[in-house]
Design a protein around this ligand. Structure first.
Ligand code: SF4
Length: 332
């Protein structure tokens, strides 16, 4: 289903004269990774090495691995560029095509009464939004797409930690259509904009409306986490070493802010926040997550202690009000 762009990648490797190439793919693309590596080796003569570590986003570039193996090029699949790097990186967004008309037909019952629709998608589907707009406009609706910017270069593109371009059209629409799979992005869009969300899944060719009760349930869960974290006296402040998530200065500032309030706080730096990496810090009564907001909002399996995002920590500290961030800049 995914466009692997093997020809373009081959040309890029040849054009740059790369001799050793590190190829990074998200989990969903790994079943075909060995074939891809063999093909690229054959077409370019370069040594192709696959990264086996996580590849959750463009925040997760394998710069250390590339350095360790002496790679002169990284091919990063599944995401669009987020940061400048010393080592050259070729991004392959792995677009997926789907028939637009049948998916829009599935969507229509879920956007009844919406005269102006905001369009959003993950990077795999953002190239189809103009076609989705055309199909929706043929039903008499108006469509708006937020301008791409920064780490979301495509119009309408959203990330689990960046809904800013979608938010620019929030005041002018009745609700958002999200093209993609899963519920994390639509929930994030809902809590970052306060708007109704209709979800169209191009893998299953199904559509649904994000239930207001799910958004309320998440709000209650996050409020409870903030209240519980406020009671804590000892915190672990998580700093991820993933290049696009690394926020040591922000973590240090939070530690000193907490210490001024008479609390104890220590930075924990790690590559990936997981059950084992966090669970053994049993003295921590709560965690603060300066890395990917998904760690806090989705939770970490078997960790029952509160984990707050930096925005939630600001609410806990009284620097920001819940009602000012929920439905506007909650995942910023
Ligand atoms: S920080 Fe998290 S949500 Fe943002 S791009 Fe990385 S993995 Fe995705």
């Amino acid at each position: 289903m995914y466009k692997m762009e093997t020809e373009r990648v081959t040309q890029e490797i040849r054009r740059r004269g790369a001799k050793r190439v590190l190829v990074q793919l998200p989990d969903g693309l790994r079943p075909a990774a060995l074939t891809l590596a063999e093909t690229l080796k054959e077409t370019t003569g370069a040594e192709i090495i696959l990264s086996g570590d996580s590849c959750y986003g463009a925040c997760d570039l394998s710069l250390n691995q590339a350095d360790a193996i002496g790679a002169d090029l990284i091919i990063h699949y599944g995401h669009s560029p987020m940061m400048k790097t010393e080592i050259p990186v070729v991004y392959v967004e792995a677009h997926i095509d789907f028939p637009v008309k049948p998916l829009v037909d599935e969507l229509l019952p879920h956007i009844e009464g919406w005269s102006t629709v905001g369009l959003t998608a993950t990077v795999q589907h953002a190239h189809k939004l103009a076609e989705v707009a055309e199909a929706l406009e043929s039903t008499g609706r108006r469509c708006l797409t937020g301008k791409g910017r920064g780490s979301t270069p495509h119009d309408g593109q959203i990330l689990g930690c960046d809904y800013a371009s979608a938010a620019t059209i929030a005041d002018d629409i009745d609700g958002y259509v999200y093209i993609g799979a899963g519920r994390f992005h639509p929930l994030g869009l809902g809590i970052s904009t306060g708007k109704p969300i209709a979800m169209a899944n191009p893998y299953l060719m199904t559509a649904d409306r994000l239930n207001d009760k799910d958004v309320m349930r998440l709000a209650m869960k996050r409020m409870a986490a903030i209240t519980a974290a406020k009671e804590a006296s000892r915190y672990g402040v998580i700093v991820s070493l993933k290049p696009g998530q690394y926020r040591l200065e922000a973590a240090r500032a939070l530690v000193s802010r907490l210490e001024k309030m008479g609390k104890r706080a220590t930075v924990i730096c790690l590559d990936e926040a997981g059950t084992i990496s966090l669970g053994n810090f049993t003295e921590a009564e709560a965690f603060i997550d300066t890395a990917c907001p998904r760690i806090a909002v989705d939770g970490v399996a078997d960790i029952s202690k509160p984990i707050l995002t930096t925005v939630e920590t600001q609410v806990m500290l009284g620097d920001r009000k819940w009602e000012d961030v929920w439905g506007s800049s909650y995942l910023d």
